[in-house]
Design a protein around this ligand. Structure first.
Ligand code: ATP
Ligand code: MG
Length: 331
């Protein structure tokens, strides 16, 4: 009997306070196992309600009858330690299996197609080249693309002790909806379902705990996914990608303001497709204009961290991300 077995057995029991399954409610703070005794600690106070009584009864049934644990002790919060009063920015609930020491950096944009996924992948590769341990969560549940870029498939995904072992490419561990799902079923995630899915990336995946950077590729815009990320990873930092075009920059400012509004530190702006350097040209060509990155950076009072050229066939895009990776490591 270990923590993990117990957590798995009780994860779907509904928390009487938040009315969410324990796996989502983040109120199960600790499980201590010693010999045939188990102690559980919850973030909420004991209550005198029928729901609470039913919760405790069901919990004890699973632990004592289904798992055969002889002695179970349950600790509830003292009145002065209500969950809201103790809520911290770290995801400290026990079922969270994301690496605790990693920096979580979400890559956002206003508009689609500006290069978020490319930036996520190339930044990850550059961080690996600089000796960091990196993982990518493809949170673009409507148009997952990281696995495709890396050419990895869900038949390479294995399960160990009830958790998903994320496949790796270039030493980068990757998870995404297309690595969980069979085939190409269309996805219509909304609200709670979406939150549950994003949560699953951090509760049901066996992440190595010494990962330094978890990069999160977001879908474009300010929709449900950034909100779900905020719930699961309130501490995540944010990078904003734009192209030099006015329309991309305009909506990037909106996405940046939304991120700041949700309390995410905005590290800065990456201007992608900033220029084109043809082999025989003396000067770069600014095909999409020159102002986008600066417009966004000025509007949000953050720096432009990188200007990435339009890749011509022979150029190695990763080399353009090394300086950015160094800045991020030191940020
Ligand atoms: N610097 C670049 N040079 C050349 N092509 C690029 C560059 N950045 C991105 N691309 C290409 O542009 C397309 C869109 O890029 P990408 O998929 O990374 O954007 P995205 O913002 O993640 O898009 P979506 O909003 O659909 O998720 C891809 O075909 C990608 O290979
Ligand atoms: Mg993308």
């Amino acid at each position: 009997m270990n923590q993990q077995t117990i957590a798995q057995a009780i994860k779907n029991i509904i928390d009487p306070v938040t009315k969410l399954p324990l796996i989502e409610s983040k109120t199960l703070l600790d499980i201590v196992v010693s010999d045939d005794r188990v102690e559980l600690s919850f973030a909420f106070e004991r209550q005198n309600t029928p729901e609470f009584a039913a919760f405790q009864k069901y919990l004890l049934k699973v632990l004592k009858i289904e798992l055969g644990i002889k002695s179970v002790k349950i600790h509830y919060a003292q009145p002065q330690q209500a969950p809201n009063a103790t809520a911290s920015k770290q995801p400290q609930h026990l079922l969270f299996s994301g690496p605790q020491q990693a920096r979580y950096i979400a890559v956002a944009s206003g508009k689609g197609g500006v290069g978020k996924s490319t930036v996520t992948v190339e930044l990850a590769k550059a961080l690996v080249l600089l000796g960091k341990k990196v993982a990518i969560v493809d949170a673009d549940v409507y148009g997952a693309s990281i696995a495709k870029i890396f050419n990895i498939h869900n038949d390479g995904v294995t399960i160990h002790e009830g958790k998903i072992l994320p496949p790796k490419a270039h030493d980068i561990a990757v998870i995404g909806i297309d690595l969980l799902n069979e085939g190409n079923t269309p996805i219509l995630w909304r609200g709670p379902m979406l939150g549950k899915l994003i949560n699953q990336f951090f509760t049901d995946v066996a992440w190595e705990q010494d990962i330094d950077f978890m990069l999160i590729d977001l879908p474009p815009g300010t929709g449900d996914v950034p909100m779900a990320i905020q719930q699961v990873l309130p501490q995540s930092e944010m990078l904003l990608v734009t192209t030099p075009q006015h329309d991309a920059a305009h909506v990037a400012v909106r996405a940046g303001l939304a991120a700041v509004d949700m309390g995410h530190p905005l590290l800065g702006v990456i201007e992608n497709m900033a220029y084109y350097q043809c082999n025989d040209c003396a000067k770069p060509q600014y095909i999409f204009g020159r102002d986008g990155g600066m417009t966004v950076a000025t509007a949000l009072s953050v720096p432009i961290l990188a200007q990435i050229p339009l890749q011509n066939e022979k150029s190695n895009l990763t080399a353009h991300f090394l300086d950015l990776a160094k800045i991020i490591i030191n940020a």
